[in-house]
Design a protein around this ligand. Structure first.
Ligand SMILES: [Zn+2]
Length: 185
C-alpha cells in the first residue's frame, strides 16, 4: 500500500454523526471543520485555503462541500475529506457498499447491483461496480457490507480520536488507510 500521496495532501475528517444518522449526516462535518495540526510540522499551523465541491454520490448526497488548508510554516496544501468519500472517487463508501451487498449478499447481476442515489442519473456502470469488488473478501456473504464498513469506520474513529487526543500527527492516517484497503479505489 502506498501511503505517501495520502499522507502528504489528504487529511481525513473524523465523522461525528451518530451511527443511526451516519447515512444522512456523514458529510456535514467536512463542510465545517478545518484541521489545524500539520502532520509535517507537528504544530497547529494549518489555515483555511478555500473550499471546493466533490462528487460523493449516494442515497442522500450528490456533491459535498470540502475545505482545503495550507500550512503557514511548510506551505503544504491539504484537502480535507470525510472518510466515506475517498480521493478521486465519485461515489461514497456507503453507495459502494450498497452495490456490493446487492451483488454478493442478494445475488443480483452486475447490471442490477446498483446503489440508491440522490441523483439517479449518476448510476455507475456495471464495470465500475465490478472494479469496486476487487480485493474484497467474502467470509460472511450474508453480513451486510454496510455493516462491515460501518464497523470498520467505527473502529477507526475510536482509534483516530484516541490518537488525536494524544496530538499524534501522521499516525492517524494509517488507521484511515486500513479502512480504505478492503474497498479499493
Ligand atoms: Zn507544516
Amino acid at each position: 500500500m502506498c501511503e505517501a500521496p495520502f499522507a502528504v495532501t489528504i487529511l481525513f475528517i473524523p465523522v461525528s454523526a451518530p451511527l443511526d444518522k451516519l447515512a444522512t449526516d456523514w458529510a456535514e462535518d467536512c463542510d465545517k471543520i478545518v484541521l489545524r495540526l500539520c502532520p509535517i510540522c507537528k504544530r497547529d499551523s494549518i489555515v483555511g485555503h478555500g473550499r471546493r465541491r466533490k462528487q460523493a454520490h449516494d442515497e442522500h448526497h450528490d456533491w459535498i462541500g470540502i475545505h482545503r488548508g495550507r500550512c503557514a510554516d511548510c506551505g503544504t496544501t491539504f484537502t480535507f475529506l470525510p472518510v466515506f468519500s475517498l480521493p478521486y472517487t465519485h461515489f461514497s463508501l456507503l453507495a459502494r457498499s450498497q452495490a456490493l451487498q446487492q451483488r454478493f449478499a442478494e445475488h443480483c447481476s452486475w447490471e442490477k447491483a446498483l446503489p440508491k442515489l440522490k441523483d439517479p442519473d449518476r448510476l455507475p456502470d456495471p464495470s465500475t461496480v465490478r472494479r469496486w469488488s476487487t480485493g474484497v473478501e467474502f467470509p460472511q456473504p450474508a453480513l451486510s457490507f454496510l455493516s462491515q464498513t460501518v464497523a470498520r469506520v467505527t473502529h477507526w474513529l475510536a482509534r483516530g480520536r484516541q490518537v488525536l487526543d494524544q496530538a499524534g500527527p501522521l499516525s492517524w492516517i494509517t488507521p484511515a488507510l486500513e479502512v480504505l484497503s478492503p474497498l479499493r479505489l
